[in-house]
Design a protein around this ligand. Structure first.
Ligand code: ZN
Length: 504
């Protein structure tokens, strides 16, 4: 037990350092005046440096070995939870210490330079400005994969950081299974005579009222405002410092209703996860989701599966149009529901709908894998990007800013991150199937405005466990099966056939 106390002390301090860093980061993105940026960069770097030092220290390794030798920990870390804590600690310690310090520094400076170049390249829509930095990052990422180690593909080592246990081969197989059917569904929707009136959503919607409506939805979802708050930021995000303090952000566009509305519901899904970790896991690596995909399954379940469903708006549309009578009182509910489910090929991933979004991810995944294994040269990237756009969407961007330069991820050196969005989407529809089995009146309850039971079920089955179980194991426990993309395809066909009156 002695080993355990030492380990827990060190893990608590590491978690505190992580939370302090996260608070500074939240503040930077929401409240900090522009002139604070320089000092803030130092403050963040100092805290991150201390965190990394401690994570890779001999003292932590010794404490970990001590606890491993001792076996069972003190409550609540007896049995399963104790083994899980040792597993997670070992995973992050090993990943952290496999990368030599000079390499970590080189990667950090290459990324910060690449980020600045990327911003300029995107503003001017000239790939050539970003080309050398991107090539350097790809090279560094290959080195990182070698340091970390992998069995089959260098991509596995990178994907594993975000989606532990998931491999390139398994991901490619799943993506291959959904690629063709999504393209076929997109073509069928495009051919449908029934098309949404998108202008319903681009009327003027004053921001105060949008904000108030968003808060009403958030609190109905079960977001605890005593344990969190919502603010605005340029890019919406969720961050949690403990289950008792979870921050969400959104942005409000007065002429684009869905941005704040669905942004709020999406981040709300992430936030319920963070508020739902069992209190006894606090200040340990288990107070975390087991993977980014699992976290994203929560936001996508709330935003798309629930928030964009006809059932949801049966309750909420009268309330929304009461807030915006001038804009919506003459618009029938079904026209509104069709408008928020407008499916069309588009260039920009973050603006994409539920059907085409995953094609954007598949495109990026295929390119990342090819870059990492060396079968694709950085020079050929814009051209190959556009060819894949044509193949999947039937459209080709005229400017690189609308194509290969649109996303920030690669400039940060984040390779292996994109697939987690689609994995999360697939998990979300598997959870939806499970919910419908447990609650046969699932849709009726949503249509009556009752969604709290969903939060309760998710909290009991997913949130409270944190990362006690790895993602695939958790999915298996909750849904009775592993990753299975057929549920997502079934969900899409059912939903969009009804909305667009498709005949198959
Ligand atoms: Zn998200």
């Amino acid at each position: 037990m002695a080993g355990w106390n030492e380990l827990l002390d060190q893990l608590h301090e590491l978690a505190d350092l992580g939370a302090a860093t996260a608070i500074l980061d939240w503040d930077q993105q929401t409240k900090m005046p522009p002139k604070g940026a320089e000092a803030r960069a130092h403050q963040l770097a100092t805290l991150q440096g201390i965190h990394h030092e401690r994570l890779t220290s001999a003292a932590l390794r010794d404490a970990l070995e001590g606890a491993e030798t001792a076996g069972d920990g003190p409550a609540p870390f007896r049995g399963e939870a104790g083994q899980a804590l040792l597993r997670e600690t070992r995973r992050i310690v090993e990943r952290g210490s496999k990368l030599p310090v000079p390499f970590v520094k080189e990667l950090a400076s290459a990324s910060s330079r690449a980020f600045e170049r990327w911003q300029r390249a995107r503003a001017e829509s000239r790939f050539i400005i970003f080309r050398d930095d991107l090539a350097r990052l790809v090279d560094l990422k290959r080195r990182e994969a070698r340091y970390v180690g992998y069995r089959e593909h260098p991509y596995d080592a990178l994907l594993d950081e975000f989606e532990p246990g998931q491999t390139a081969t398994a991901t490619a197989a799943v993506f291959q299974e959904i690629r063709g059917p999504i393209v076929a569904l997109l073509r069928a929707i495009q051919a449908s005579p029934r098309q949404p009136r998108r202008e319903i959503l681009t009327q003027h919607f004053p921001s105060d009222n949008q904000w108030a409506f968003g808060l009403e939805v958030l609190s109905t979802m079960g977001f605890d405002f005593e344990a969190g708050r919502q603010d605005t930021s340029a890019h919406p995000f969720t961050t949690g410092f403990s289950p008792g303090d979870v921050r969400v952000t959104t942005r409000v566009y007065e002429n684009e209703l869905p941005v704040a509305l669905f942004g709020t519901i999406h981040e709300g899904g992430h936030a319920l996860y963070e508020q739902g970790f069992a209190p006894e896991l606090m200040r340990t690596p288990l107070a975390n989701s087991p993977s980014l995909g699992m976290h994203e399954s929560q936001s996508r379940l709330w935003e798309n599966v629930i928030g964009r469903s006809s059932a949801f708006w049966r309750y909420w549309y009268p309330r929304l149009s009461a807030r915006f009578p001038e804009q919506l009182s003459r618009i029938p509910e079904e026209d509104f529901v069709l408008a928020i489910n407008h499916v069309r090929p588009s260039f920009i991933r973050v603006e994409a709908d539920e059907v085409t979004y995953n094609l954007h991810i598949i495109l990026r995944f295929e390119l990342e894998v090819a870059l990492l294994e060396g079968s694709l040269e950085v020079d050929a990237l814009p051209e190959v990007w556009n060819a894949k756009m044509d193949e999947l969407f039937g459209i080709v961007p005229e400017r690189d800013a609308d194509g290969v330069l649109q996303d920030v991820h690669w400039s940060y050196g984040s390779f292996g991150y994109f697939p987690t969005y689609t994995l999360g989407t697939l998990y979300s529809t598997q959870l939806w199937m499970a919910l419908k089995r447990v609650f046969p009146d699932f849709e009726d309850r949503i249509a009556r405005g009752d969604v709290l039971f969903i939060r309760e079920w998710l909290r009991e089955n997913i949130h409270r466990h944190g990362s006690t179980f790895v993602a695939q194991e958790l999915l298996q426990r909750v849904t009775g099966e592993g990753l299975n993309p057929t549920h997502f395809l079934g969900y899409l066909r059912q939903k969009f056939s009804a909305l667009y009156q498709l005949v198959w």
